[in-house]
Write a protein that binds this ligand. Structure first.
Ligand SMILES: *Cc1c(COP(=O)(O)O)cnc(C)c1O
Length: 715
């Protein structure tokens, strides 16, 4: 939203205002994570009540399991754009409704569905109430997917169309961004929970049966035992789908394959836009000085294209960059010392111990950071695979290292909490508290300090679980260097000139030896490359080759992994075309929308009776001439397309060949039997036998297979 504001893009955000936010972390004497949930007083947050012209607080009413819930609306001014937040903590509500918006990630699926109804249905209704009619609705993960239903519902109210037509029209203006790298990561609800909360909504508002609503969230609409998957609803309700990095796009095409039966994985309709971060929000004071001298004050305004083209940072001298790095590291260490002293005092630690924390660490030592949510796939324990080697590495007299660790484990995740305890115990048992610390209560403020000062940002997820990752992007602007598993965004960013890579760039499933191998690789990398490079100084005590990496990473990666680029890409690739598509479908009294619905039912009707006749091939002059008779069962030939398809496996991945076949206007034997003969001439660079004819739905402006996943293969 900050970048949208910077770019002047008219965007409105909608979310929930959680009274207790996410828990606050405290690590007790046993290294156990304890959770606190202080109340966020809205009076102290940068939010203001959203009021009606008559001064009354804007409230909206949402039906929830037979009894309505009242929602209050708040607004946050984000530069030039607005974020609206809903909450249910209104005295007008029954108590169990008041706590729906207490905590993010709180409660079980009953709580979750209520939150998602408030976000999706309530969120869209809020916009309606404000008289805002966006062309494009961007769903950030499946949690918000009920919005597609409410958008269709309000379209029905406005036009009197059926739900089917309304969805066919409005979905063109919806974009679904998936952020999950494993199928188990999606929200799903039991059919009975959906029935409890949404059967009345389906029948009275959408005018569809509960069964039809459930079908939108199921892989197999006919399977009444299947749960309702929010990501599936999002896919059925959107005109485009994307993942958040190139690799994640690929992973998502596998995840969503089940919805596109018999389609090649490569054609599963999921694209990608790689994430970015809002650079000015993460930039240190010393980096700001350096960038301003080099690229000017307005460098983050606009699209960053100039930064990308000129790469001005490449011209900054070694000594200037090293000065910046030293300032930023010192300032981080000051902050850590103060924070630890304050924390110690609040825990009742002795004055002597507090005195020690004021001296902890050394501003001249290589400083490595790891701050993440503590969950198994991020493998925060990779360095603990060899504790003795880690101690040697940290306490090396000539080339010492200091390590700062932070992160919260999800409160219900015992495994994550164990990982925190293992670090705390390691520090105690090895007496390395002058070299490694666990800083409690990782949040955005702490993150800001960490990413400003770190020399190396360590990232050790198990590929391909990190859909993108963003914290590593936050160090780029500050001249921090990434050492990361080749996963998420780093696959696109890494070259040996800008950082270090862990892993072989492949997936290893449940391979039990993987962590030990990668831990070994990580130690080798640190001992043989990273640490020596940092301490390899010239006559002026500058680590010239280290600085070369810093410079290259700042100059080339910062503009690209900036949210300006991300927002620009979303706008060009998705928002503008989606707005057009939505208007096209709605135009001329929803004519196009109705056509799409008719087209779909005609295909459904004819589909079981469509089949291929005998294929003939002649090869001459380096071309195969294919003739393929197709029995269309009365279907208008324009509503489908016949293609020749082939796949050639190449080292870089497989290459797909698709050639459209043309119907012949023949009056021969075949035509008499009701066949249409399609033909095509294709290059004979691959054998004729590698081509397979296939028939797929086609309708102008409609995305296939996203909106119609039928496909018939000749064999
Ligand atoms: C940036 C950030 C994250 C996300 O970091 P990842 O690398 O994507 O895991 C999590 N928590 C905080 C506080 C952050 O600032």
């Amino acid at each position: 939203m900050k970048s949208a504001s910077d770019l002047g893009l008219p965007v409105i955000g909608v979310g929930l205002l959680y009274q207790q936010g996410y828990f606050r972390q405290y690590i007790d004497n046993n290294g156990e994570q304890q959770a606190y949930k202080p109340f966020n007083d809205p009076g102290q947050l940068p939010v203001t009540p959203l009021r009606l012209p008559n001064g009354e607080w804007l409230r909206i009413e949402i039906p929830l399991r037979g009894y309505p819930v009242w929602l209050r609306a708040w607004q946050v001014q984000v530069g030039r754009v607005k974020l609206y937040l809903l909450d249910s903590n209104d005295a007008a509500n029954i108590p169990i409704y008041r706590e729906i918006t207490s905590e993010v990630y709180g409660g079980g699926s009953d709580m979750r569905i209520k939150q998602e109804i408030i976000l999706g249905i309530g969120g869209w209704r809020l916009l309606e109430t404000l008289g805002i009619a966006p062309d494009v609705c961007h769903l950030n993960e499946g949690h918000a997917a009920f919005a597609v239903l409410e958008r269709a519902h309000s379209y029905m109210q406005r036009t009197g169309e059926t739900f089917e037509v309304a969805l066919a029209i409005t979905r063109a203006g919806n974009l679904f961004t998936t952020h999950t790298a494993v199928a188990a990561g999606f929200d799903h609800f039991t059919p009975s929970l959906i029935a409890e909360y949404l059967s009345e909504y389906a029948e009275k508002k959408l005018n569809i049966s509960l069964h039809d609503l459930l079908a939108l969230g199921r892989q197999n609409p006919g399977d009444t035992s299947e749960n309702f998957n929010m990501a599936y609803l999002a896919i059925r309700g959107c005109g485009n789908v994307n993942g958040v990095s190139r690799l994640h796009g690929q992973v998502s095409r596998h995840i969503f394959e089940p919805l596109f039966e018999r389609w090649p994985t490569e054609e599963v309709p999921v694209g990608h836009v790689t994430n970015g971060v809002h650079m000015p929000s993460w930039e240190s004071a010393s980096a700001d000085d350096c960038w301003t001298e080099t690229c000017g004050k307005d460098r983050w305004q606009g699209t960053n294209d100039t930064l990308t083209q000129t790469q001005d940072m490449l011209r900054v001298s070694d000594s200037r960059l090293w000065k910046m790095r030293n300032e930023a590291r010192s300032s981080l260490i000051d902050y850590i010392r103060q924070r630890l002293a304050a924390e110690g005092a609040s825990y009742g630690v002795t004055a002597e111990a507090i005195g020690n924390t004021r001296k902890i660490f050394d501003p001249n030592i290589l400083t490595i950071g790891f701050a993440r949510r503590f969950v198994a796939y991020k493998r925060p324990d990779l360095l603990l695979h060899d504790p003795a080697r880690l101690v040697r590495l940290l306490t090396n007299d000539k080339q010492p290292v200091q390590l700062i660790i932070a992160g919260k484990a999800p409160p219900a995740d015992q495994g994550g909490r164990d990982l925190i305890r293992r670090w705390v115990q390691f520090i105690r048992q090895t007496g390395t508290s002058q070299h490694v610390i666990f800083v409690s209560d990782y949040d955005m403020l702490l993150a800001e300090h960490l990413v400003e000062g770190m020399d190396v940002w360590l990232n050790t997820p198990q590929r391909p679980w990190e859909a993108s990752g963003t914290s590593g992007m936050k160090v780029l602007v500050n001249g921090g260097v990434n050492l990361s598993e080749l996963d998420g965004w780093w696959v696109e960013a890494y070259t040996p000139e800008v950082g270090w890579a862990l892993g072989d760039g492949r997936e290893h499933g449940n391979d039990p030896g993987l962590d030990a191998r990668e831990a070994e690789d990580l130690f080798n990398l640190l001992e043989k490359e990273v640490i020596p490079d940092f301490y390899n100084r010239n006559a002026d005590n500058i680590p010239v080759s280290w600085i070369a990496r810093v410079r290259k990473s700042m100059a080339t990666l910062t503009p690209y992994f900036s949210a300006s680029r991300t927002v620009q890409e979303y706008t060009e690739k998705y928002y503008l075309p989606a707005a057009d598509a939505y208007h096209t479908r709605a135009a001329a009294n929803v004519a196009k929308g109705k056509q799409i619905v008719h087209w779909k039912s005609a295909i459904e009707l004819a589909w079981p009776r469509i089949y291929f006749g005998e294929v003939t091939v002649k090869t001459e002059e380096a071309q195969h001439l294919f003739e393929v008779p197709v029995f269309l069962a009365g279907l208008d030939p324009h509503s489908v397309m016949v293609e020749l398809f082939a796949r050639e496996d190449q080292p870089q991945g497989s290459k797909l060949f698709r050639f459209e076949m043309q119907p012949l206007t023949s009056s021969g034997e075949e035509a008499k039997k009701g066949f249409i003969v399609y033909n095509a001439k294709v290059p004979a660079t691959i054998p004729a036998g590698d081509y397979t004819p296939r028939l797929i739905p086609r309708h102008e402006g409609v995305s296939v297979p996203l909106e119609n996943a039928r496909i018939l293969w000749q064999r």
